[in-house]
Ligand binder design. Structure first.
Ligand code: PLP
Length: 262
């Protein structure tokens, strides 16, 4: 059987831990054929981002249209989009051409504190892109930004915020609880129209978590075409991320916040 073709629409991280580089490594590790449309470049190492260079939107469209004119994409992962013009360009494209599975990772701020999406772009991401995705994978601060509220701290609040995100027009939400550092587990909450479920994994004791979110969303996109439903793809993707976190200390990259390892 031909491997599923996965597309990442995202940004370069030259340090290789996050962004397009993490997405392609993940696609490859999970048996998908990886394609990539770059919307921006960062200058970045394991200490942080020193600059962002955005691709002109007409050329983002040209990359996307040229690719899909020839290649049949099974699943898309959308990552760092930098600004509102890029958000709207990707939304315009998905309105014209929507592959079978679309995973939106609403990347906003890096663990290093650097902004990866202009604050003014959050509204367009919520109003235009969210309804075009099949699944959105926010962490707690991203969910709060989309809902213009404070990050959830308790389980009931997480459930309420995930439901509120669905009401904004996206079919499925995976709200990632990894930012609750006081918790001994990493508990994510999944909800769609029929099913709601806590997905729990023991917290992995490492500071090398760079690229965790990118890896999870691209793992879901890689696995969804070969799984019977979204939940089983998400469960397997979470197992893959836990394994990548466990392997993180085995690879030494830079002197800062190092990457997960595939
Ligand atoms: N750089 C790029 C290009 C990204 O896409 C992301 C996350 O999506 C990051 C940096 C930040 O990664 P982290 O917060 O895991 O360090």
């Amino acid at each position: 059987m031909n491997p599923p073709i996965a597309l990442t629409i995202a940004t370069s991280d030259p340090s290789g831990g996050a962004g397009i580089q993490a997405d392609l490594k993940t696609f490859s590790a999970l048996g998908a054929y990886g394609t990539a449309v770059l919307v921006a470049l960062t200058a970045q190492n394991t200490h942080g981002v020193t600059g962002v260079h955005v691709v002109p939107t007409a050329f983002i469209t040209q990359q996307l249209e040229t690719l899909v004119a020839d290649v049949s994409v099974d699943a898309v992962k959308i990552g760092m989009l930098a600004n509102a013009e890029v958000v709207n360009t990707v939304a315009d494209f998905l309105e014209r051409h929507r592959p079978p599975s679309v995973v939106l990772d609403p990347v906003m701020v890096a663990t290093s504190g650097d902004r990866l999406l202009d604050a003014s772009a959050v509204r367009d991401l919520r109003d235009r892109l969210l309804p075009l995705a099949d699944l959105v994978t926010p962490n707690l601060p991203e969910a709060a930004a989309l809902l213009e509220t404070e990050p959830a701290r308790e389980d009931e609040e997480i459930i309420r915020q995930a439901d509120a995100l669905r009401e904004l027009g996206v079919a499925r939400v995976l709200l990632k609880g990894g930012h609750r550092v006081e918790s001994a587990e990493s508990a994510d909450y999944y909800v769609d129209g029929d099913v709601s479920r806590w997905l729990r994994a023991p917290r992995v004791d490492t500071t090398h978590t760079h690229g965790t979110g990118c890896t999870l969303s691209s793992a879901i996109a890689a696995l969804r075409p070969r799984r019977p439903d979204w939940l089983s793809a998400i469960e397997d993707a979470k197992r893959y991320v836990t394994q990548s976190l466990r392997a993180a200390d085995a690879v030494k990259v830079g002197s800062g916040h190092g990457p997960v390892h595939h």
